[in-house]
Design a binder for this molecule. Structure first.
Ligand SMILES: C[S@@+](CC[C@H](N)C(=O)[O-])C[C@H]1O[C@@H](n2cnc3c(N)ncnc32)[C@H](O)[C@@H]1O
Length: 245
């Protein structure tokens, strides 16, 4: 093997979606897991029109109320739906490229990342974590900080509407099972993923992304600022509404 330096660490996810947005419709976005598992991800998903939203994100959007913050908004597909419905909606995302696309689409978005969201935006009645962004809870340990960070920008009666994947639904025979088991053996939640996006010569810095079963979510929420108020699930995927305690 030659002495290459490996991928350049940068905003691979943002760059892939930006390339797609600017006309490279075959931009190849990959998601890499720390055990070497690699999967293709389609940039087009993040620009899906309202009638192609999946049923869990659609369930969540139906329940939006008041002033809305879309956390990890990406290029803004959920914001576009709510803005068209007359909502006051703001997005926050760490990717300057994705925030820039939101602006080009006429959406309000700012740079920022959990667990310390910008504090100069005021408070919000609905916080969205869609497109599986409940994963931004990160890990059992990080989750408490993230839940507190969300509470810091929430109005007193605020709700979180979030979607995710149950890593171990009834039949747990998938190719991901050994990864989940290794996590459990190491004392981590089974769906505690370490991921990074890859695009051309770019790789994101590794980040934690948590797929969580409903019962583990309830346990994580014990004693924190949020309680589970509503659940809509099928086929191993689900949406939740969390209310402030
Ligand atoms: C799976 S994408 C979902 C994007 C969008 N919600 C959607 O469904 O189209 C995850 C998004 O979260 C953003 N993100 C990553 N880490 C974050 C953090 N710590 N806080 C807020 N957003 C984050 C990424 O830049 C990316 O745009």
């Amino acid at each position: 093997v030659k002495d290459y330096t490996g991928p350049v660490i940068g905003d691979a996810f943002g760059a892939a979606l930006d390339a797609y947005w600017r006309g490279t419709k075959d931009a190849q976005l990959l998601i890499e897991r720390d055990d070497g598992f690699i999967e293709r991800n389609l940039p087009s998903l993040y620009f899906a029109p309202p009638d192609e939203l999946d049923e869990w994100d659609a369930w969540a959007l139906e329940r939006a109320t008041g002033r809305v913050l879309d956390v990890g908004c990406g290029p803004g597909r959920h914001m576009a739906v709510l803005q068209a419905r007359g909502f006051d909606v703001t997005g926050v995302d760490p990717s300057a490229l994705l925030v820039g696309i939101c602006h080009e689409r006429g959406l309000v978005a700012v740079g920022g990342a959990l667990p310390e969201l910008p504090m100069d935006l005021g408070t919000f009645d609905t916080l969205l974590l869609l497109g599986n962004n409940l994963g931004l809870l990160g890990s059992r340990e990080e989750a408490q900080e993230v839940l507190a960070g969300l509470a810091a920008v929430a109005s007193p009666a605020a709700q979180i509407l979030a979607t995710t994947v149950d890593p171990c639904p009834d039949s747990c025979a998938s190719e991901h099972h050994p990864y989940h088991e290794a996590n459990t053996a190491a004392g981590r939640l089974p769906g505690h993923l370490m991921l990074r996006a890859r695009y051309r010569n770019l790789a994101d810095p590794w980040f934690d992304y948590l797929l969580i079963a409903p019962r583990d979510l309830e346990e994580l929420l014990t004693d924190g600022p949020w309680r589970l108020a509503d659940y809509h699930g099928s086929e191993g995927r689900y949406a939740v509404r969390l209310m402030r305690r």
